[in-house]
Design a protein around this ligand. Structure first.
Ligand SMILES: NC(=O)c1ccc[n+]([C@@H]2O[C@H](COP(=O)([O-])OP(=O)(O)OC[C@H]3O[C@@H](n4cnc5c(N)ncnc54)[C@H](OP(=O)(O)O)[C@@H]3O)[C@@H](O)[C@H]2O)c1
Ligand SMILES: [Zn+2]
Length: 355
């Protein structure tokens, strides 16, 4: 099979298309023929060897990278074969893998938080020789979600890793309620559009932040009630003005150090800040006076639990959630897709077409 690999950390041009053995499903596994694969910020960071501005190798999963590394955490395709003992899937089913496998018996898994598993293994990150930038993967059959023809392969590849964690963060952790105000930083990205749509679905007023004026109109068309251009520090003041001094009840932080100070300023008293992404920098300052003075809650989000994944898949089939695909690139043009993401040209999801 063809697979796009990272032979060493470097710029987009290091990505190389290799011929590799097609895997065979073991007991309990399925073989997925990949049609599309989402491009995630994490892929760009895994290729560059830099995570949130710091060396990836200093980060816990950075040490597990083995070259040549296959990227890709969000493929979608069709089941081509199943191993012994698989009953929940059949050949021909349209399916997409959960972004991670979990042990099923640590205290977090038993509590229903498989996304907080002590032994979590994320696809395309901690799965040597296996990732979505390839024609095939094998994956545990009970960690694949099927979907109907109502959902295209392109949209499926834009779904689980963007909408899943945002759903988990906003619904289960931040408990966003109807009538509240949601502030979304990095609103033009895959997760950002997901947050706008989920916020609207939950009955919240959504304020979207982008650093680029040209993206304002599209953000409004995609459902934002207000758009704030956060090119320069201090944009939090505009959020306070829009909310008549109250601030946002929930902040969906998808950028990190570059937006952090304004995100905290723009949070309301008793506000909840859900940190899902930090690619602009994982290290920043925390004003403890602001934290307790405003009774804020800081929430860290990694991936989505099983319930959230199933939920967003069903809502997307019903078109209650509509992943917005900005552009598709051929698998062999993965380097161009990475360039576009790094240049922040996109509004929505970048997808690779595999077959
Ligand atoms: N916790 C989880 O489970 C999970 C899952 C998926 C993704 N993530 C993380 O969530 C974040 C968003 O992911 P995504 O896939 O939506 O990424 P994305 O599509 O690249 O979107 C990120 C957006 O951030 C904005 N941005 C603002 N300041 C930036 C800066 N200094 N540098 C770079 N971008 C800046 C850009 O929008 P403008 O140019 O319009 O400002 C960009 O479109 C990433 O950090 C990713 O790693 C976490
Ligand atoms: Zn576990």
């Amino acid at each position: 099979m063809k697979a796009v690999v990272v032979p060493e950390f470097g710029p987009p041009e290091v990505l190389r298309c290799d011929e590799m053995p097609t895997p065979t499903p073991g007991p309990g596994e399925a073989l997925l023929r990949i049609h599309t694969s989402g491009v995630n910020r994490l892929d760009v960071e895994m290729r560059a060897g830099v995570y949130g501005g710091e060396p990836l190798l200093d980060f816990y999963f950075g040490k597990e990278v083995r070259f040549p590394h296959i990227l890709g955490v969000e493929p979608a395709g069709v089941i081509e074969a199943v191993g012994n003992g698989v009953e929940n899937l059949k050949v021909g089913d349209r399916a997409m893998p959960f972004s991670h496998v979990s042990c099923g018996h640590c205290s977090h898994c038993l509590a229903g938080f498989d996304n907080a598993c002590a032994r979590i293994q994320v696809l395309g990150v901690q799965t040597p020789g296996k990732g979505g930038y390839a024609e095939y993967i094998t994956w545990p059959a009970n960690r694949l979600v099927t979907f109907t023809e109502e959902l295209s392969f392109e949209k499926a590849a834009a779904l689980l890793v963007n909408y899943g964690p945002v759903w988990f963060g906003l619904v289960k952790k931040a408990r966003l309620s109807p009538g509240e105000t949601l502030l979304v930083t990095g609103a033009t990205g895959g997760c950002g559009i997901a947050a706008i749509q989920i916020g609207r679905l939950l009955g919240a007023k959504v304020i979207a932040v982008s650093s680029q004026e040209e993206k304002r109109t599209l953000l409004m068309e995609l459902g934002a009630d207000e758009v704030v251009i956060g090119k320069d520090p201090g944009w939090g003041e505009e959020v306070l003005e829009i909310t008549k001094g109250e601030g946002a009840n929930v902040v969906c932080e998808l950028v990190g150090a570059a937006t952090w100070k304004d995100s905290c300023m723009a949070a309301s008293i008793l506000g909840r800040i859900a940190v899902i992404g930090s690619h602009s920098g994982i290290k920043t300052e925390l004003n403890l006076g602001e934290l307790f003075g405003k009774n804020l809650s800081l929430l860290g989000i990694t991936r989505s639990d099983r319930g959230g994944i199933e939920k967003v898949a069903r809502l997307a089939e019903l078109e209650k959630l509509r992943p917005h695909v900005w552009k598709s690139f051929a698998l062999t043009d993965a380097h161009l897709a990475h360039r576009a993401m790094e240049a922040r040209e996109h509004t929505g999801k970048i997808v690779l077409t595999v077959s």
